[in-house]
Design a protein around this ligand. Structure first.
Ligand code: 1OR
Ligand code: 1OR
Length: 422
């Protein structure tokens, strides 16, 4: 290993889906073309934290002796909601003095507050404040030499990890240099709840169980698992708190580890910037209010900024869908084209609104075309992230889709021909 020195909110008005009435406009347009291709369903990306099967065996206690640092750990029972959304939900946990964190965790100037909770309340010995604005990025550059083959495997493993997506070319090179391979055997505890955080891990292969011990006397509870994909160990490094869970290899596995300093100096800095960039957007999109803070943070990691010039087409009716959009700035107009090739504007979406969800929900082709009115600044969420992260918003989205139908019904007075949008 070598060490080298290196240098290395938009205003929100209202959700604007406004409908335009047009009697000439035929409801058949609402039907996707027969040439529909369903939304591509690619292999599941990143975290893939799935809830544990109820009959999974408990963590072996011999290899799992939680030290006394964790002896006061307590965790309220958390409802594990959805397959695709078993994630830590910091807002469920009261602070040490019992305050509801929901009211106080939305500071403008700092990174999102840590998921402070009863089982992670002891401050780590590494405790230190982190302000990405003040970080002059003047840390030691760490290089673990790798063969071409190792580098290839590593690049493949990080490809779908959102935390790596906002890195520029140089930063990516630096974090890949700093990562080192760790092989694990079945039964090995990679991380032990209550320990101080050292490394962040990306999974190349292997199944890993997630155990959480809720209080000093209780047995660790299996709360989820990673199946040959994803990453873990970021929480303790981000928030200077003890490890929040035990991660145990179920099968032999291969991990890529990144030291705490590199994680904080490069990955954390870019993750914080992105979370800050989308903080205001995510907190002001009414639909996303149903998400917990931690879920919105994950969503921020997944969003990709896109800018369109006036008049530019964003979505083409009849195309297959690869994601949806949130409007950060500007307005877009939605049009439909009928069988006589007449294109009509049917609605507009402004800041705080979203579009492109319909095809993802119905798994059909795009029902309409979308164009930027002026310059439009959008946040794009790809289909895999949509499925993994927006489960909690699905009911609301479906209700809004009903509104589309009701609007069509209002205009045309019959529901015939419009059932196809579902
Ligand atoms: P860490 O640095 O705290 C343990 O070390 C890691 O387990 C943690 O980072 C996360 O990356 C990962 N609660 C806490 N940590 C979790 C959870 C989790 N899931 C994964 N990790 N859950 C809530 C349990 C009540 C979600 C369970 C699916
Ligand atoms: P999409 O993935 O089908 C086009 O791509 C997007 O335009 C679509 O998702 C919706 O976000 C949006 N009213 C309002 N917005 C619509 C409508 C609509 N159709 C599609 N989008 N309709 C009501 C018209 C009175 C038409 C319903 C079929």
């Amino acid at each position: 290993m070598f060490k080298r020195k290196s240098k290395t909110k938009a205003g929100v008005k209202s959700v604007g889906i406004t409908f335009k009435q047009d009697d000439e406009f035929m409801p058949e347009f609402a039907k996707p073309s027969p040439a529909d291709s369903p939304a591509p369903s690619k292999p599941s990306p990143e975290p893939v934290v799935t809830p544990a099967a109820p009959d999974d065996p408990p963590a072996p206690t011999d290899n799992n002796n939680f030290d006394d640092k964790a002896s006061h750990l307590k965790l309220p029972e958390l409802p594990l909601k959805r397959d695709s959304d078993v994630s830590l939900n910091p807002d469920y946990y009261p602070t040490e003095n019992g305050d509801d964190r929901r009211s106080s965790h939305d500071s403008d100037d700092e990174m999102p507050e840590p998921p402070l909770n009863r089982f992670t309340r002891r401050k780590s010995v590494f405790a230190e404040a982190y302000d990405p604005e003040e970080d002059d990025d003047d840390g030691e550059r760490i290089i673990h030499a790798k063969s071409d083959e190792q580098r290839q495997r590593l690049s493949e493993s990080v490809k779908n990890i959102f935390l790596f997506r906002s890195l520029d070319h140089d930063q990516m090179g630096e974090v890949l240099d700093a990562m080192f391979e760790r092989k694990v055997t079945a039964g090995e505890n990679v991380i032990k709840q209550g320990d101080d955080g050292d490394n962040f891990y990306v999974i190349e292969s292997g199944v890993f169980n997630i155990y959480v011990k809720t209080d000093s006397d209780s047995e660790p509870r299996l709360v989820g698992k990673y199946d040959n994909a994803g990453s873990f160990g970021e929480l303790a490094l981000m928030y200077n708190l003890p490890r929040a869970a035990t991660i145990q290899a179920v099968t032999p596995g291969a991990l890529w580890a990144m030291d705490r300093q590199t994680f904080r100096r490069i990955l954390l800095k870019s993750a914080c910037k992105k979370r800050k960039m989308y903080e205001s957007l995510l907190e002001n999109v009414p639909m996303l209010k149903t998400l917990e803070k931690y879920e919105r943070m994950n969503l921020a990691d997944a969003l990709v900024p896109k800018v369109y010039s006036p008049g530019e087409q964003i979505i083409m009716q009849g195309d297959s869908a690869d994601g949806m959009y949130f409007l950060e700035d500007g307005t877009v107009r939605i049009t439909m084209t009928n069988s006589e090739n007449q294109e009509k504007e049917i609605s507009r979406v402004s800041v705080g609104g979203y579009f492109g969800e319909l095809a993802l929900v119905t798994k059909k082709a795009r029902a309409a075309s979308v164009y930027a009115c002026g310059k439009a600044k959008l946040a794009f969420l790809d289909v895999e992230a949509f499925e993994r992260l927006l489960g909690p918003c699905m009911d609301l989205m479906k209700r809004n889709i009903e509104d589309y139908e009701n609007e069509l019904l209002r205009i045309f007075g019959s529901k015939a021909n419009i059932s196809d949008i579902r």
